[in-house]
Every structure is written in C-alpha cells, then in structure tokens.
Write a protein that binds this ligand. Structure first.
Ligand code: FPP
Length: 263
C-alpha cells in the first residue's frame, strides 16, 4: 500500500482536474456492516468530508462538489432526514470556520427554499463570509436534483426572453450554462462515485457530459485521502477526446506545442 506522500509524488500538479465532483455513497451499508444505525454511517461520512475537503484544498483543486442530499432523499425516514440536516447544520456552523480561515469559498446549490429557515440563514452566512476567498471552491449539493436544476434554468431563460433581456436566437450551450446553479464554474473533469454503484443519480446531468468517471467499491465512510489521490492519478492517465479521434488529439497537441515554441 502506497503512503500519502508516495502517491502525492505521482500526482502531476500541472494537470490537476479543475473540478472534482463526488457522489458520496455507501454510508448506510457501512453502518449496517457494523450493526449500527444508518445515522452512524452519515456521521463517519461527515468526518470523511472534512478530510477530503482539506486534501483538495491543500492540493489546489479549484472546485470540489459534494452531493450531500438529493431532492429524492426527502423521502427517507424522518429520523434519517433530521440527522442529515443536523450534520449539515453542524458542518456549516463549526467546520466551515476553519475552512473559511484557510481560504475556502463555500456555496450550497439546490432547492434551498425546501430547507429550514435556520439552515438557509447559515448557508447565506457562510456564502457571504467566504465570498472573497480565492482558495478551493467547495460546492455542497443540498436538496439538489439535476433535472430540477435544468427545469429551473429553462424557466429563467423563458422569463428573460419574455422580458426581452435575451433573444431566443442568442440562447446557446454557454448561455444556458449561465442559468444553472453552477454558473461560472468549469464542468467537472472528474466524477468520483463510491460504493460501486454505476449510476449518476440525478447529479449535475448537464455538467457531466464529458466528465471522466472513477467508480470505487470503497464505501464513503472508508474513503481516504490516499484514494482521493489515486482517483486523480487515474484521471491523469486518461485520454480525454471530447468526441474527437485519438489522432486528431495528437495533431492538436503537436500544433499547440508548435504555437508555444513559436510564441
Ligand atoms: C448516501 O449514502 C449518502 C447520503 C445520502 C448522505 C451523504 C452525507 C454525508 C456524507 C454527511 C454529511 C455531508 C456533509 C457535506 C457534511 P446512503 O445512505 O445512500 O448509503 P447506502 O446506499 O449504503 O444506504
């Protein structure tokens, strides 16, 4: 087993994914394996959030998005929903202080009006307190659904067309992306999903069109900073073609190398 420092040497710091998104899954199974209540899995998962946010920030990742609670998760048993909301509350109230001090910029995306007024206030507070920070941008998806986000964006576009703020002919992919919750952020380069499930679960449906996937058997509460580095090393070995052929990519790289030599 490689140590953190050994793995860190293998990471190409000049080719970091600008945006890493994570579907944190497997908290319930982790607890079940230990005959514990599901909530215990979420508590342990929360500690892992802390460690991965610190790792991403130390590494210099620009954006880290975490899928913490989907719109569909409201259908879980009441005690579990309450416990998750409490953990998120605690995270924003307590953990965020250190992060903000260390330059992290925190934002929450999702259907925020479905959250309690206290949580909404806290969200607005951490957003304001961290908005001038220039370190890693941590985006927590809360009461989030990709389809909901797209429908909300469509409604906002229609509204702007009706108010003549934009013409229908001017709507293109870039303009549309500016209506999403992730406005201004790069699309995820790497999406990590823990606990071996091979699905997207309504996460960033628009944004992950060309995202590289890293699916691991590890349950989220067992996910380590070492495995986070491994996912980045795996990403850095991929050939990202964005619909082109491998040969086209090589000639594109050659010509951009030529450009930089001539510049
Ligand atoms: C999925 O595992 C995980 C969740 C629904 C919640 C994720 C929340 C945390 C990791 C903790 C709080 C987050 C922050 C940002 C502080 P699951 O419960 O569906 O697991 P299972 O599939 O094994 O049942």
């Amino acid at each position: 087993m490689s140590t953190y420092n050994e793995l860190l040497k293998k990471v190409d710091k000049k080719n970091l994914p600008a945006h890493v998104a994570i579907i944190m899954d497997g908290n319930g199974r982790w607890a079940k394996k230990r005959h514990l209540a599901r909530v215990k899995g979420h508590e342990q998962g929360s500690k892992v959030v802390k460690s991965i946010v610190e790792t991403a920030s130390n590494l210099g990742i620009d954006v880290l998005s975490l899928y913490a609670f989907s719109k569909e998760n409201w259908n879980r048993p009441r005690e579990e929903v309450d416990a998750l909301m409490q953990l998120l509350h605690r995270y924003l109230l307590v953990e965020s202080n250190n992060l903000i001090k260390n330059g992290v910029r925190l934002s929450i995306i999702g259907d925020l009006k479905s959250l309690s007024p206290t949580l909404r206030e806290l969200i607005s507070d951490v957003r304001i307190r961290s908005k001038n920070n220039t370190g890693t941008r941590v985006v927590i998806a809360l009461s989030y659904s990709g389809r909901y986000e797209i429908v909300e964006a469509v409604k906002a576009v229609i509204n702007d067309v009706q108010r003549k703020k934009i013409a229908v002919e001017d709507v293109n992919e870039d303009v549309f992306a500016g209506y999403l919750f992730t406005k201004g952020l790069p699309d995820p380069d790497l999406l990590i999903r823990t606990s071996a499930e091979k699905r997207i679960s309504n996460f960033m449906l628009w944004q992950i069109a060309y995202t590289e996937l890293y699916i691991t058997k590890t349950l989220w509460p067992d996910f380590t900073k070492e495995e986070f580095l491994k996912s980045i090393i795996s990403f850095q070995k991929r050939e990202r073609r964005f619909g082109m052929t491998g040969d086209q990519l090589i000639s594109q790289q050659d010509s951009s190398r030529g450009h930089s030599l001539n510049e």
